[in-house]
Design a protein. Structure first.
Length: 298
């Protein structure tokens, strides 16, 4: 919880700091609500969630006769919690062995780093892990993954050159032969506008289903929180191509755009499996709605 609080400090300054200055100085009135609207938009809550929050606050202002800024802030954090709570759905890897997790996203979103963190996360819960170096476009990504695997004694299936589908196909068979619990499959970064690459990742997904008819069991889209509202378009595009079942939102520590979680919840809800709040190995945490909202207003 402390790491989360530290990680969310920029968003908190944007949101909480904005609110503190709003709430600190006066009673609730229409002007204050309008400034609050601007503050929420600047924290990247998006038009839809912001509108919803303001409607809710106006309703409660009248109905519950809110008077003090404190009461308004309380009402705001309750409404925000209501919006983001449905995204809380921690990833369970029981039920399939190997449990196949495919990761996708644009370049630099944090896929490769997140794979290392996730491997640690599952290992610390007693699961054996195998990595598939499916980013065959960037030699550096493969090397990064192999180096990480070596340091942490985790098997990495990789091929020089080769194609992603083949690497991941091999990895699944290797995992099955060795009785591994979790396969984490990396893929090359790509933009939703690169249609041939979106077609290629759809093919990777189909090949996984050939290697394991029940899989992939999780399709994680990794999003950099700094992209703010663009996250919505990425979710929709990747979902259309590969059927996204969960999100990883990285770099919340470096951004004031943490409100994007509310925008996602309202406009393209998908389970938010993990949030990244720093570069350390333990800085990828399962998303807990109440902790998240509390950290924003702490
Ligand atoms: P990929 O291209 O999607 O595989 O992205 P990488 O995994 O190579 O990550 C790109 C950069 O983002 C690296 O410098 C990571 O250390 C950094 N990064 C990833 N996740 C986080 C996070 O949650 N917080 C911070 N501060 N940096 C992160």
């Amino acid at each position: 919880a402390e790491r989360l609080k530290a990680g969310l400090s920029r968003t908190r300054q944007q949101l909480g700091g904005g609110l503190a200055s709003l709430f600190g100085r006066r009673r609730i009135d229409e002007d204050l609500l309008e400034e609050l609207e601007t503050t929420l938009l600047m924290a990247d809550c998006g038009v839809d969630a912001t509108q919803h929050l303001l409607d809710e606050l106006r309703r409660r202002w009248k109905r519950d006769k809110l008077e003090t800024a404190d009461q308004l802030q309380q009402a705001l954090s309750e409404s925000l919690l209501e919006i983001v709570a449905p995204l809380e759905a921690p990833l369970q890897v029981e039920g399939h062995r190997p449990f196949i997790i495919m990761l996708a996203g644009v370049n630099g979103a944090g896929k490769t780093t997140s794979i290392g963190k996730l491997a640690k996360y599952f290992q610390s819960r007693g699961k054996s892990v195998l990595l598939a170096a499916g980013d065959t476009f960037r030699a550096a990504a493969r090397e990064q993954l192999m180096a990480w695997g070596e340091r942490n004694d985790v098997t990495v299936i990789a091929q020089e050159g080769g194609d992603a589908a083949a690497v991941i196909f091999d990895a699944i068979n290797a995992a099955r032969a060795r009785g591994i619990d979790v396969v984490l499959a990396d893929t090359a970064g790509r933009l939703p506008t690169q249609l041939h690459l979106m077609e290629e990742i759809a093919k990777v997904r189909r090949v996984i289903a050939k290697a394991e008819p029940s899989g992939p069991h999780e399709v994680l889209l990794v999003l950099d929180a700094n992209i703010g509202q663009n996250a919505l378009a990425q979710v929709k595009a990747f979902d259309g191509a590969i059927g996204v079942t969960g999100l990883v939102l990285t770099k919340l520590d470096g951004t004031a755009k943490g409100g994007v979680v509310a925008a996602i919840a309202r406009q393209c809800p998908k389970p938010l499996r993990f949030i990244g709040v720093g570069e350390g190995i333990d800085d990828l945490q399962p998303f807990h709605a109440r902790e998240f909202v509390d950290a924003l207003f702490a």
